[in-house]
Design a protein around this ligand. Sequence first.
Ligand code: UDP
Ligand code: MG
Length: 457
Amino acid sequence: MILIRYLMVGVANTLVGLGTIYFAMYFLHFNVVQSNAIGYSIGILLSFSLNKTWTFSSQDHITSSFIRYLLVLGIGYAANLATVLYIYSHFYLSPYVAQAIGILPYTAIGFLGSRYFAFRTQGRSSAAENKLSNKAVFDKKSVTPCMVDVSIVVPCYNEEAVLAETTKRLADLLQQLIIEGRITPSSRVYYVDDGSRDKTWELIECLAETHEFVHGIQLSRNRGQQNALLAGLLSVEGEVIISVDVDLQDDLSAIKEMIEYYTAGYDIVYGVRDSRETDTFFKSFTAKAYYRLLGMMGVEIIYNHAEYRLMSRQTIEVLKEFSEVNLFLRGIIPQLGFSSAIVYYNRAERYAGESKYPLIKLISLAWQGITSFSSMPLHFITALGLLVSLISFLITAWAIWIRLFTDDAVPGWASTVLPIYFLGGIQLLCLGVIGEYLAKIYSETKRRPRYTIKKII
Ligand code: UDP
Ligand code: MG
């Protein structure tokens, strides 16, 4: 699979490189050497960025991996040239055949060199590796069965249709875990009513009367799932807190495995969807693309994990120190640190009622995730400003060259077109610089804790 990706990048690189050379020669009237230099540079930059992010999804530092990549390409080109010359002079084949054979060592060196030298730290199958490493550690540690005091936090917004069934299933689960001696008999469920407009709160009150383990927290108005969840996480007691949606889409039986991981020494256990079969194509495609985008922007996030997770008391105490108003919990939790594990589960259909996340709310949450954790869009403006400025300088140089050395100069063209590029570039650059400071101010105002101590002995 990685090899196929690498070859696809190679093809894209060749097409773009050749396209650029052609464009530079025929439209910009550059000579062969200049056109080739531009074409190769753009091709190498493109193949480097694609190979780094897509083929090998490497976390190496950009500059050092670029230098290593150039080295690999250099050796590859040398091998290519040597092969072509050798075949051409010894076997008297046509130059085209010699070239075609020369591509083989070039590709082999390029691929192996990229894989094992240029992009050393690769993280594509991190989910799968996590699965394995979790297992290994988990098997090694002797699990001493001890009773854990659990609180389950469930945010609810207009959920009267599912509450009764959820309570029934949670009751069965808790009872089973209590009988097995995994959790204390005082373990409980907290429904957080997020300002529902239907009979959700009345139902919670009623359930709290009839079931000892059911408790409720009522918010004064609808504040959204993230805030409702936080209210629950920060208000309830318990040694371990598990958050789960009320609509039974998250497989409750995974809770047992989460608690096993906790007793094996993990502080945070993420519930990760194994499959997205129940989602529409649109939802699963956009969700996957979004997780990848966040990853590319440097936001630490667990792939395919939503709000189904277990947290130890210690991690909850640390969470209290994050005082930001724009909440995106799935971004904050991995920042807490601590040892974590992953439990995989199949996501089911919603048991009843409708999704409380219409597209607009989903987009707003997605935007929250980007803007709360990444200043990349602001840095992007700076980079764009720099690029446009650079292009404007190149075009200026080109216009001067045309004016001085050819007869093709069009009067008035340079004085009209160049200021547009130049001023556009300068403006973008200035905006970008302002953005850079804004990014600093933004991260300062969030007042996130600068460090978290796990243990002092
Ligand atoms: N929810 C909430 N407040 C809101 C919207 C949703 O507390 O403003 C809760 C909802 O009751 C459910 C969870 O958040 O327990 C996830 O919502 P939903 O299942 O509708 O989202 P989806 O699974 O469709 O993404
Ligand atoms: Mg749901």
